[in-house]
Design a protein around this ligand. Structure first.
Ligand code: FAD
Ligand code: 2HG
Ligand code: ZN
Length: 474
C-alpha cells in the first residue's frame, strides 16, 4: 500500500496539535533535529513530533507502529554517536521529548526526584540544590541535555567516581513500549527484589527498546564544602599513583579525578586565550581533582592542602595549585569543559571513549602513543578523561596540514589500532557515550556471538516490528 505522508502528518497533528508537528513539506527547518551535535550524522525525517505528555507519546507510538513509521527518540541532541538523529533508510520521524519537562515530585526525605524525561539536566540540578539536595550527574552538555537522554545513554560525566553513572542514579522509570503500552516502573525504592529489574533494559539502550517518559532518580545531601585542585604530573603512571594516594588520604571525599594531557591544555589555550595561567612550568600531564563533604570550606581546604603536600613529598605529583575560591575552581573546570569545544573548533578529530582497569591505563597509553605516531606520522593525540573511572577520551586530531575530511577517512584504521588493544586488555570501546551509528559495526566486531545473540533476542522480544530507533546499536 502506498504511503500518504500528508494524511500521516494530518493524523499526527490531530493527536498532538498543529504547532507540535514540524515537517520539511510545510517549510519547517528540521536541521537542528536531523543533524547531530558533531555535524557528523544527518538523516531525513518525515516529521519532528513534540508531544506534551505520556498519553500523547503513546498515541504517536501507536500511530507509528500501525503505519510502519520508525521513531527516533531525541532529547537535547547532544549525544556523541549519532544515535539521536534519523538514518538514511526507511521512513523515520524524530520524537522530541522537550515538552515533557516537568519535575513531578521532589522528596527530600526519600532523597528522590521524579521528573519527566525532557527535563534539562541543569534544571534538575538547580531544583535539587534549592531543596538542599544534590543531583550529582554532571557533564559539559548539562545546560541542554535531558534526563531521558542521560538515561538512554547511561551518561557518565565528572562525578562517577563518587556517585556512579546514570544507571546507579535511577530508581524508577516510566516507559512507552514500541506497541504504545505504558510500562509503569516509577518507584522510588532502594530495595526491590520482585523478579527481573526491567528498568535496567532501557538504561543505556539508546532508545532502541522504548521511550522513557519519566524517571525517579536518587538525590544526595548537598555538600557544604568543595575544594578544587590542579596538579602537574610527569606521566600517566604518576597520575594513577596520585589517584591512589589522594583517595587513600581523603577517601570518598574525592568526587572527581580528571586527567588532561599537556597537548589538550595547549589546544584549549590556543582556542580560548583567556584561559588563566595555571602552574609555573609545563608538565606532560595534569590532573584536575575535586573533593567535597558536609563540613566547612576551611576544614576541607586544609585537609586537601595537607594531602596534596604529602603527595608532593612522596613524589606523586610535580606541582599543584589549590583553588582559593569558587571563581578559581570554576576557571579550572572551564579549562576541562572547553577541551571538547577546542577540538570541535580545531577540525576533524577521531573520538574514542574507552575504559580499562585503572591499573592498566599507564601500559595502554605508553604503548599506544608511539604506535599511533608510527602509523600516522604527525598525528596529534588529545588524551583526557575520567581517570578515576578508568575512562579516557583518547581522541586523535589530524596531523597538521591534513584536511578534516581526509583524516575522517582514516577512522577505521585508527579505531582498529586502538580498540584491538583495548579489547585485548579486557577494556570497553564505549565507556559512557554509547554505540549509536558511530560504533555499530565495531560492536559486531568486538562483542561475542553470545552477547550479540542475547541483545538481538531482547530487541526482537520488545520491538519485533523495528519501530524504535533503527540503525542504532545493533
Ligand atoms: P540525545 O543526544 O538527544 O539522545 C541520545 C540517545 O538517547 C539517543 O539514542 C536517543 O534516541 C536516546 N534518547 C533520548 N531521549 C530519550 C528518551 N526519552 N527515551 C528513550 N531514548 C531517548 N556524555 C557523557 O556520558 N559524559 C560526559 O562527560 C559528556 N560530556 C559532554 C560534553 C559535551 C560538550 C557534549 C556536547 C556532550 C557530552 N556528552 C557526555 C554526551 C551527551 O551529552 C550525553 O550522551 C547525554 O546523556 C545525551 O543526552 P541528550 O538529552 O542530549 O540525548
Ligand atoms: C567529556 O568527558 C565528554 O568531556 C566529551 O565525555 C568527550 O568530546 C569528547 O570526546
Ligand atoms: Zn567524558
Amino acid at each position: 500500500m502506498s504511503f500518504d505522508s500528508q494524511a500521516w502528518l494530518a493524523e499526527a497533528r490531530a493527536l498532538i496539535g498543529e504547532a507540535h508537528v514540524l515537517s520539511a513539506d510545510c517549510g519547517d527547518d528540521l536541521s537542528a533535529y536531523t543533524r547531530d551535535w558533531r555535524n557528523k550524522f544527518e538523516g531525513p525525517a518525515l516529521a519532528v513530533l513534540r508531544p506534551a505528555d505520556t498519553g500523547e507519546v503513546q498515541a504517536i507510538v501507536r500511530l507509528a507502529a500501525r503505519t510502519d513509521v520508525a521513531l527516533v527518540p531525541q532529547g537535547g541532541n547532544t549525544g556523541m554517536c549519532g544515535a539521536s538523529v534519523p538514518t538514511a533508510g526507511g521512513r523515520q520521524a524524530v520524537l522530541q521529548l522537550g515538552r515533557l519537562n516537568r519535575i513531578l515530585e521532589l522528596d527530600p526525605e526519600n532523597n528522590t526526584a521524579t521528573v519527566e524525561a525532557g527535563c534539562i539536566l541543569q534544571t534538575l540540578q538547580e531544583q535539587a540544590a534549592a531543596a538542599g539536595r544534590l543531583f550529582p550527574l554532571s557533564l559539559g552538555a548539562e545546560g541542554s541535555c535531558q534526563i531521558g537522554g542521560n538515561i538512554a545513554t547511561n551518561a557518565g560525566g565528572v562525578q562517577v567516581l563518587r556517585y556512579g553513572n546514570m544507571r546507579d542514579l535511577v530508581l524508577g522509570l516510566e516507559v512507552v513500549l514500541p506497541d504504545g503500552e505504558r510500562l509503569d516502573l516509577l518507584r522510588g525504592l532502594r530495595k526491590d527484589n520482585t523478579g527481573y529489574d526491567l528498568k535496567q533494559l532501557f538504561i543505556g539502550a539508546e532508545g532502541t527498546l522504548g521511550i522513557i517518559t519519566a524517571a525517579t532518580v536518587k538525590l544526595f545531601p548537598a555538600p557544604g564544602a568543595e575544594a578544587v585542585a590542579f596538579a602537574g604530573v610527569s606521566s600517566i603512571a604518576q597520575a594513577v599513583q596520585l589517584l591512589g594516594a589522594m583517595r587513600g588520604r581523603l577517601g570518598e571525599r574525592i568526587t572527581a579525578f580528571e586527567v588532561i594531557s599537556g597537548a589538550a591544555v595547549d589546544l584549549v589555550r590556543h582556542y580560548f586565550p583567556d584561559t588563566p595561567p595555571l602552574l609555573e612550568g609545563a608538565c606532560p600531564w595534569y590532573v584536575l581533582m575535586e573533593a567535597s563533604d558536609g563540613g566547612s570550606d576551611e576544614a576541607l581546604h586544609e585537609a586537601m592542602q595537607t594531602a596534596l603536600m604529602a603527595c608532593l613529598e612522596d613524589g606523586c605529583l610535580q606541582d599543584v595549585v589549590l583553588a582559593g575560591n569558587l571563581a578559581q575552581g570554576q576557571a579550572l573546570w572551564m579549562l576541562r569543559e572547553n577541551i571538547t569545544h577546542a577540538q570541535q573548533m580545531d577540525g576533524g578529530n577521531i573520538k574514542h571513549d574507552i575504559s580499562l582497569p585503572i591499573s592498566r591505563i599507564p601500559a595502554f597509553v605508553e604503548q599506544m602513543l608511539p604506535r599511533l605516531q608510527q602509523a600516522f606520522p604527525g598525528v596529534r593525540p588529545i588524551v583526557y578523561g575520567h581517570l578515576g573511572d578508568g575512562n579516557l577520551h583518547f581522541n586523535v586530531s589530524a596531523p597538521r596540514g591534513v584536511a578534516p575530511a581526509a583524516w575522517q577517512r582514516e577512522t577505521d584504521a585508527v579505531n582498529t589500532l586502538l580498540h584491538d588493544v583495548v579489547v585485548a586488555m579486557r577494556g570497553s570501546i564505549s565507556a559512557e557515550h554509547g554505540i549509536g551509528q558511530l560504533k555499530r559495526h565495531e560492536l559486531a566486531l568486538y562483542k561475542t556471538p553470545a552477547e550479540l545473540d542475547v541483545m538481538r533476542r531482547i530487541k526482537q522480544a520488545l520491538d519485533p516490528q523495528g519501530v524504535m530507533n533503527p540503525g542504532k546499536v545493533l
